[in-house]
Design a protein around this ligand. Structure first.
Ligand SMILES: NC(=O)c1ccc[n+]([C@@H]2O[C@H](COP(=O)([O-])OP(=O)(O)OC[C@H]3O[C@@H](n4cnc5c(N)ncnc54)[C@H](O)[C@@H]3O)[C@@H](O)[C@H]2O)c1
Length: 504
């Protein structure tokens, strides 16, 4: 069995022409493929076609398309009066409401209408493809085709292979995605598929650091933006997508993976959900927003008005980045303890208390520095609970003088940047290992689907694969929480000195 997706008369049905369906119809027609639109709402499909053409005419006005392009799309889009009008389709993509019973009923009706080899695909974001296929007579032609919103701008499409999906169906849907000028990745039928699962790591770890009282929402977001190059921190993102959307999604994934501690949701997240503080849409969530919708950010910078330290003890003198910063501030880097200066350490994974005890340093003067990522923009400091505040502040002022922003957090394994990046990387490694997608597709999907600066496996390389593994080992030892257990995928590559992207 096969489907030649390159055939000139290829015909794709789109059922449900709301936000997603109309985007799917648009990229189908723009790919030169005939698309037949159907919606249960009276006049819904015709309205969708008109809206697509209106959007494209707007692009003609901007000089991005020609009238001929719009006419070509117009010629490819047809409106169906009934579901039976889809009988000629080679593929039907379903984008109706996110409700299992509705989808099962629709697929049953489609099965009675289309030919025996028509591919039936669902754009569901959270329902298992196998459960939609369950009630059908012929399940091997059912798969997921998960597009992202807004479809014309988001290049990624996840092709979801359920337990019964035939290989020819997967191959055909990959080819269809390419004809629609998408970037297809093949993904397993697991909770959250690829992107929505991979995307949980940044949120759950941000929440964990916050829940432990190690750093504020604002500090975590600032470090992820400035040091790690993410467009948004996890709390800004949660407020944008809406806590009514992301809290239930976290719970579905946690339940779906049978309470794997890596996916643990946070009770503070749940509290906001119950309080109806849903983020931007309600004017408050993790942040408050003013009447114009601007975020009221309490700030993440620590800049004490004290004399910067004139000399510091640099225990990690091989750390060129650290030494360069001390020099940039015009301070003296001492190789041995003078009994009064701040003692700077740059731990990987360990908290400042552990380092001070391990190395027999004076904990009251020990200041741990995280230079992960873009340290010219922001660094993070932390100290043991019995820190000498004057010594700590002199060290912070020295870094400010060196020209960077400083975030001061409570003592924590892996600061913010190390913990967050290692957890994003670890989940990516696990997804590659358990075969949710290939290593390459994990990175492709996460960069295209979530606008990450790099995919999770590339992020492990960016941290240093050995360091990434060490951060997790230390976090697991210090917290005693299995949530930090390193993926075997990562462990082997760290031991062998390989890139985390190395396939098996
Ligand atoms: N919105 C997103 O960001 C997004 C992203 C990826 C996937 N999805 C998934 O795509 C699907 C559609 O989401 P949406 O945001 O476009 O929803 P929507 O509410 O904008 O559109 C749904 C459309 O389906 C129609 N419809 C409902 N029941 C129908 C039926 N039985 N037969 C035919 N038409 C029917 C409705 O009239 C409506 O026009 C959902 O499964 C959703 O989970 C949504």
């Amino acid at each position: 069995m096969s489907l030649d997706v390159s055939r000139a008369d290829l015909c794709v049905g789109v059922v449900g022409t709301g936000a997603m369906g109309r985007g799917i119809a648009q990229v189908t027609a723009q790919g030169g493929i005939r698309a037949i639109l159907f919606d249960a709402a009276e006049g819904g499909a015709a309205k969708a076609k008109a809206a697509i053409l209106e959007t494209l005419k707007g692009l003609v006005a901007k000089g991005r398309l020609t009238d001929a392009d719009v006419a070509a799309v117009d010629g490819k889009l047809a409106v169906a009066a009934t579901l039976a009008d889809l009988k000629e389709c080679h593929v039907v993509v379903e984008a109706v409401v996110e409700n299992l019973e509705v989808k099962q009923k629709l697929f049953g009706e489609l099965e009675a209408v289309v030919g025996p080899d028509t591919v039936l695909a669902s754009n569901t974001s959270s329902i298992r493809i196998a459960s939609i296929a369950r009630s059908l007579k012929k399940r091997d032609r059912v798969c997921g085709l998960h597009y992202f919103n807004p479809v014309p701008l988001m290049k990624l499409v996840e092709v979801i292979r359920a337990a019964d999906t035939a290989q020819w169906v997967v191959d055909a849907m990959v080819a269809l995605g390419k004809r629609q000028t998408r970037v297809p990745v093949v993904v397993g039928d697991t909770p959250g598929f690829l992107v929505n699962l991979g995307g949980t790591a940044i949120g759950t770890e941000g929440l964990r650091i916050y829940t432990e009282g190690r750093a504020s929402v604002s500090q975590i977001d600032a470090v992820m933006r400035d040091a790690c190059g993410f467009r948004m921190g996890p709390f800004e993102l949660m407020d944008l997508t809406g806590i009514d959307v992301n809290f239930p999604a976290r719970k579905i994934i946690y339940e779906g993976f049978f309470h794997d501690r890596r996916m643990t949701p946070s009770p503070y997240h749940e509290s906001l959900f119950h309080a109806g503080k849903l983020g931007r849409k309600t004017g408050c969530g993790w942040y408050d927003y003013d009447a114009k919708g601007a975020k009221l950010d309490p700030g993440a910078d620590y800049a004490p008005s004290v004399e910067p330290a004139a000399s510091v003890v640099v225990m990690d003198s091989h750390n060129e980045k650290l030494v360069a910063m001390v020099m940039a501030a015009g301070a003296k880097a001492l190789a041995a303890d003078d009994g009064k200066s701040p003692i700077l350490v740059a731990p990987i994974g360990k908290d400042c208390t552990t380092i001070a005890i391990d190395r027999e340093l004076d904990p009251t003067r020990t200041v741990a520095v995280d230079l992960t990522g873009d340290s010219a923009k922001r660094i993070t400091l932390m100290t043991p609970p019995n820190a000498n505040a004057a010594v700590r502040d002199a060290a912070a002022a020295m870094f400010v003088k060196a020209g960077t922003k400083v975030t001061l957090i409570k003592d924590s394994p892996g600061f913010i940047a190390q913990r967050m990046c290692a957890m994003i990387a670890n989940l990516g490694c696990e997804m590659a290992m358990i075969g949710i997608a290939s290593a390459q597709d994990v990175d492709t999907a996460m960069t295209l689907g979530l606008n990450y600066p790099r995919g999770p496996l590339a992020l492990a390389d960016w941290l240093g694969v050995k360091d990434c593994h060490e951060i997790l080992v230390q976090a697991q030892a210090i917290t005693g929480d299995d949530r930090y257990r390193p993926s075997q995928w990562l462990r082997r590559r760290a031991m062998l000195g390989l890139s985390a992207t190395t396939p098996e």
